[in-house]
Design a protein around this ligand. Structure first.
Ligand SMILES: [Zn+2]
Ligand SMILES: [Zn+2]
Length: 170
């Protein structure tokens, strides 16, 4: 999926539309297994601002993952934005710090890697089937989203638990 930038040689061209799908089955993000349900969609444009070429891309992806609390699998649809300044990759690369830089080679721009990092950055911090997921009972493993159990969980402050071990009751 490389995008041809040679149209920009024509000074009259102000922008190039970018639209497509990226086939990716799964991603391992720090041990989290992200399974894509369908190809990642992206749509946007590369446009000229003075002497610069800028990219603005909407990235939409649907994935399946296991909830960190109840371990049930859930699916989610997320959106992210990939934007930055296009810079030709040469031996001497000058970084001007401010902008996000997206490199291209020989008038060809390959966005796959940039789209993947955009997805990784946009993933919710914690995998949760929903915000209020009640998780599993630490004693019997019952999924509290589905049913309650009779277990009595001692709600001990972990700092107090240490004291409890240090000074066992006689
Ligand atoms: Zn859950
Ligand atoms: Zn229980």
């Amino acid at each position: 999926m490389s995008i041809d930038l040679s149209n920009f040689r024509d000074k009259a061209v102000a922008s190039i539309p970018v639209k497509g799908k990226l086939k990716k089955d799964n991603l391992d993000v720090n041990g989290r297994k992200i399974n894509f349900i369908e190809p990642v969609k992206y749509e946007g444009e590369i446009y000229r601002v003075d002497r610069d070429k800028l990219l603005h891309l909407n990235v939409i992806y649907s994935y399946q993952e296991a909830c960190g609390r109840c371990l049930e699998s859930f699916t989610k649809k997320e959106r992210a934005v990939l934007s930055g300044k296009l810079v030709e990759k040469t031996d001497k690369i000058e970084q001007d710090g401010e902008d996000e830089i997206i490199y291209y080679v020989d008038e060809k721009l390959d966005l796959a890697e940039y789209i993947i990092s955009t997805i990784i950055l946009s993933l919710p911090m914690k995998p949760l089937c929903h915000e209020e997921c009640k998780g599993l009972c630490p004693k019997c493993g019952t999924n509290h989203n589905k049913e309650d159990c009779q277990c009595v969980i001692e709600d001990v402050d972990p700092r107090l638990a240490i004291l409890k071990d240090l000074f066992p009751k006689k």
